[in-house]
Design a protein around this ligand. Structure first.
Ligand SMILES: *Cc1c(COP(=O)(O)O)cnc(C)c1O
Length: 436
């Protein structure tokens, strides 16, 4: 289980969009706003705020003969094959499907469940982002910095432990209980723990400062195509399994990056031609009381207005059951972001109560036989709401992205190691010398 060496893609930048991808490159980056093409490894357009999107040379997906995420190599922004057994898994639901009266409910399971071939040992789909992101970054000579409320931290720490690639991980106080690994941590993992009053956004701000230091590099979050295209493999795996795209895609969101990724993956599948023509409808769910994207979308706005859509954010976040879904600066308004994904797919947003999310967690475990994370319970609850409201029909092909699960199952097979902090930061403004 290694990431083989990867090469970033050249240094030529800012070519006009009429120029095709140079011969040795697997993909170019195209600004979703101004359509400028870039042939270097970058996170931002020179002229505007639009997300960059990978435009792969290969238009028809051919699966590689490896067990995990690497089989989608054609549409991952890495040059060397990723050979881990961790990857997305799709199966057809029977129990939950019957319970909901659905004929074609497919589960995208992203966690640990060996009986189903699911080997994501850090138990969330963040590992699908971590493998390509660290593979893409390892040859840049810089050290990756990221902020995380827990699942991303664990996923990147795990890939760092497997490969020895250095990573700095800034975690808010509330996230530390999620900092465990299925193997012994290595020195390549630099874990900075923030004070208890700090939330995910504070850790983002500290990570931003850290990534500006010499030798450091921001991983870029939603701006990083390796993260989006890694998450997009859930849509790819489901469509390959079903031999068609789904009609509906359900996922709980905090940043919404997974929703953007599902849309982008579906556009590639449309271009491929073998999986149907219509884009799946996105059904994205947030957890009450912190639902800024739901509020903005309901009001028909591209902009999130803080005072209206998320007043007193810290208080609201504190009251969430699935507190990992608490991004205060999601890529919602940016060109190519969540708002555009929702418009393009005629999407629907849901605001799910803590109680319904908990019921979703319990129902899924009871019906399907595996424990799932709170955000996945939010997605289950949104599916129930959609069925009750007639937003999906009994025969429709539905993919329910179970974004995390199987912790109880992994505990049976592995001894879990706690990752100890290498530094402590009381707030986002501490001197960097104290934490590097
Ligand atoms: C990060 C995360 C989400 C939300 O994903 P985004 O698409 O980035 O908003 C949902 N569920 C779990 C388990 C996660 O770790």
């Amino acid at each position: 289980m290694t990431i083989r060496e990867t090469v970033c893609c050249g240094n030529i930048s800012n070519h006009p969009s009429s120029i095709s991808i140079p011969g040795n490159l697997k993909y170019e980056l195209t600004c979703t706003s101004c359509k400028t093409n870039y042939f270097d490894n970058r996170l931002k357009c020179d002229s505007d705020n639009g997300l960059l999107r990978a435009n792969y040379r290969t238009k028809k997906l051919e699966l590689k003969n490896v067990p995990g995420i690497g089989k989608f190599h054609d549409w991952l922004p890495v040059n060397d094959l990723i050979t881990t057994d961790a990857g997305p898994v799709t199966y057809r639901s029977t129990e939950l499907a019957d319970h909901l009266g659905l004929k074609n409910l497919f589960i995208g399971f992203n966690g640990y469940w060996p009986e189903k071939g699911a080997f994501i040992k850090t138990c969330s789909f963040k590992e699908l982002e971590a493998f390509p992101t660290l593979a893409k970054s390892r040859n840049s000579g810089k050290t990756l910095v990221l902020a995380s409320a827990g699942n991303t931290a664990r996923a990147f720490a795990h890939v760092s432990a497997m490969t020895g690639v250095d990573v700095y991980i800034v975690v808010p106080g509330s996230g530390t209980s999620r900092m465990w690994l299925p193997e012994k941590p290595r020195d390549s993992i630099h874990f900075i723990q923030m004070g208890n009053k700090c939330d995910y956004t504070d850790s983002i701000h500290l990570a931003e400062r850290l990534s500006a230091a010499p030798g450091m590099q921001a991983e870029g979050g939603a701006r990083n195509v390796a993260r989006r295209d890694g998450m997009g493999t859930v849509m790819l795996d489901a469509s390959v399994f079903m031999k068609r795209m789904p009609d509906h895609y359900f996922q709980a969101i905090g940043s919404g990056t997974g929703g953007i990724a599902a849309w982008e993956a579906a556009m590639r599948l449309v271009d491929d031609g073998k999986f149907g023509k219509g884009l799946p409808q996105l059904h994205l769910s947030q957890n009450l009381p912190f639902v800024p994207m739901f509020n903005a979308w309901k009001a028909g706005r591209r902009e999130i207005i803080k005072d209206i859509d998320m007043p007193e954010p810290k208080k609201l976040i504190h009251e969430m059951y699935a507190d990992i879904l608490s991004n205060r600066e999601p890529p919602y308004s940016v060109p190519g972001g969540v708002y555009d994904a929702m418009c393009a797919t005629n999407g629907i947003m849901y605001a799910i109560s803590n109680n319904d999310a908990k019921k979703g967690v319990d129902l899924f475990e009871e019906m399907e036989g595996i424990d799932i994370f709170p955000p996945a319970g939010v997605a289950v609850a949104s599916l129930i709401e959609a069925v009750d409201a007639g937003k999906v029909k009994p025969d429709d092909h539905i993919v329910l992205n179970i974004t995390g699960g199987g912790v109880k199952r992994v505990e049976r097979d592995y001894h879990l190691h706690k990752i100890e902090p290498t530094a402590y930061a009381e707030n986002a403004n501490v001197p960097l010398e104290e934490i590097i």
